[in-house]
Write a new protein. Sequence first.
Length: 133
Amino acid sequence: FILLLFSSLILESSILSFPLFIFFSLMYVLFKKSISALFIVFFGGILLDALLMNDIGASSLFLFTALMGFVLFERVFSFQGSIFTAGLIVAAVILYGFLTGYSFSAVLLFGVAGVLVFYIFIAQKALKGVAHE
């Protein structure tokens, strides 16, 4: 997953104009559920800012606060629902896209695609759980 995270960072900074890194960082933190994942994403955000020649720390600060909010909200309310998580992913991708200047259509398209990929990961995780029983 870390390889996918950093390949999305390089793709977003060089070829694609989609908020790819935020989506995969959300997925990484939501599935890993550790503090070390937050710091990996934070330093990845600093690297993304450096590669995109943006203000250093802008993306990483947004990512860190959004992901920390996800983790705290999940722990405080013990909410494990995939519909809620998918909604948070779309909201975070759209907010990040607006803050960093991506076009509305690209952000909306990637938010919807993000939800689809999230449900694919959930289904794959459920199938692995059934196979191990």
